[in-house]
Design a protein around this ligand. Sequence first.
Ligand code: HEC
Ligand code: HEC
Ligand code: HEC
Ligand code: HEC
Length: 162
Amino acid sequence: MSSHVFRPLFVIIGLVGVILIARLFIVPEDFGVHERGYMYGFYRKSNENEWKAFPVKYKFNNEYCKACHTGQYDSLMQSAHANISCENCHGPALGHPLNPTKLKIDKTRQQCLRCHTHLPYPTSNRATIRGINPDKHNPDIECFMCHNPHKPNIGAFRGGTQ
Ligand code: HEC
Ligand code: HEC
Ligand code: HEC
Ligand code: HEC
C-alpha cells in the first residue's frame, strides 16, 4: 500500500491511542457497571450518594405544616382549597422554620389570579375552577381582604362568619 493510505491511518491510530490514555486519567475510578447490571448501563457509583444528599426543596405534605400551624391547616382542609398544597402558595419550605421569614407571604392579587382568572377553555379542567374577570371583580383590592385564603368558601367572607 502506498504512503497516502498509511499516513492518515497512523494519524487515526495515534488519535485512538491518545483518547485511550486520556480516558485512564479522566474517567473516575468508580465509573462502571454496578450491582444493577446492565439495566441502567454505566454510571458513577458515588453519584448515588450525591443524589441522596441533594436537598429537597419542597415538603409537599400539608401534614408537615400541621404540627406548628394547626389553625391554618384545619381551616384549609375543610375548605374548597383542601386539595392545594401549602407550598403552592407559600413556596418551598426548605430551611423553614429554622429561618421563619424564609417563607414569604405573597398577598398580591396575582397569587390568586394564576388559578382564578376566568379562562374560556371548555375542554380543560382549568375551566372547572371558578373564574373571575380581574378587571371587573373588585379591582385594586387584594383578594385576601375579603376572602380567607385558608377558607375561601363563599359565604365565609372575612368580617362575616368565618
Ligand atoms: C416546627 C414548626 C414549624 C413547621 C413544621 C412549619 N412552620 Fe411555619 N412557622 C413556624 C414559626 C415558629 C414561624 C414564625 C412565627 C409565626 O409566624 O408563627 C412560622 C412562620 C410561618 C409563616 C409566616 C412567615 C412570615 O413571613 O410571617 C408561614 C407562611 C409559614 N410559617 C408557613 C409554613 C408552611 C407552609 C409549612 C409547611 C410546609 C410550615 N410553615 C411548617 C414554625 C413552623
Ligand atoms: C391559596 C393560597 C394559600 C394556601 C393554599 C395556604 N396559604 Fe397560608 N397564607 C396565604 C395568604 C395570602 C396569607 C396572608 C393572609 C393575610 O394576611 O390575611 C397566608 C398567611 C399564612 C400565615 C401567616 C398567619 C396568617 O394566618 O395570616 C401562615 C402561618 C400560613 N399562611 C400557613 C399556611 C399553611 C400551614 C398552609 C397549609 C395548611 C397554608 N398557609 C396554605 C395563602 C395561602
Ligand atoms: C371587596 C371584596 C372582594 C374582593 C377584593 C375580592 N372578592 Fe371575590 N368575591 C367577593 C364576593 C362578595 C363574592 C360572591 C359574590 C359574587 O360572586 O360576586 C366573590 C366571589 C368570588 C369567587 C366565586 C365566583 C363564582 O363564580 O362563584 C371567586 C373565585 C373569587 N371571588 C375570587 C376572587 C379573587 C381571585 C380575588 C382577587 C383577585 C377576589 N375574589 C377579590 C368579594 C371580593
Ligand atoms: C393553585 C390554584 C389556586 C390558587 C393559587 C388559589 N385558588 Fe382558590 N380555588 C382553587 C380551587 C381548585 C378551588 C375549588 C374549586 C372551585 O370552587 O372553583 C378554589 C376555590 C376558591 C373559591 C370558591 C370557594 C367555594 O366556596 O367554592 C374562592 C372564593 C377562592 N378559591 C379564592 C381564592 C383566593 C382569594 C386565592 C388567593 C389567596 C385563591 N383562591 C388561590 C384553586 C386555587
